[in-house]
Design a protein around this ligand. Structure first.
Ligand code: HEM
Length: 119
């Protein structure tokens, strides 16, 4: 039985399983080559605990972190598709909807700054 995201352990499972898919994805994996996973994964877990459970302490400007990367519209489509898939594989409930909504808003924000929005 699937349940909603409720705990730091749930967030850890989400993040770990999402990046397992990311590194197997032909479009996304080049962006993550050489990244220090021991620092990236804890940052991502803290970020999602902040977004989903209002845990204080995450202050990084996420949009800024991406502006130097050669991102494409296709990369965003893949990122969001894999993130939504990972959420749906493991969880169901209002935090799943919130996570999708927040991810989408942030993706649109980054795309907008990079002039990657359609029309
Ligand atoms: C095209 C899609 C994306 C790609 C290829 C991508 C790639 C990356 C990479 C390579 C980093 C590491 C940057 C560094 O440490 O120097 C990073 C950091 C990060 N990304 Fe993304 N990203 C994407 C979309 C998103 C979206 C949509 C979100 C939010 C929902 C997000 C949230 C983050 C966060 C929170 C960090 C860590 C920032 C920090 O605390 O240092 N990313 N991303």
């Amino acid at each position: 039985m699937k349940k909603d995201l409720e705990s730091p352990e749930d967030v850890a499972l989400l993040v770990d399983n999402f990046y397992k898919k990311v590194v197997l994805n032909e479009v996304l994996k080049p962006f993550f080559e050489g990244l220090e996973w021991e620092t990236h994964l804890p940052k991502m877990k803290k970020f999602w605990r902040f977004l989903l459970f209002d845990e204080p302490g995450y202050t990084t400007n996420v949009t800024e972190k991406h502006l130097q990367l050669p991102l494409t519209k296709e990369a965003f489509d893949e990122w969001l598709a894999l993130f939504f898939l990972t959420l749906d594989e493991h969880f169901v409930g209002s935090k799943v909807l919130l996570a999708k909504e927040r991810a989408n808003i942030i993706a649109v924000g980054i795309k907008s700054k990079m002039n990657l929005l359609e029309n």
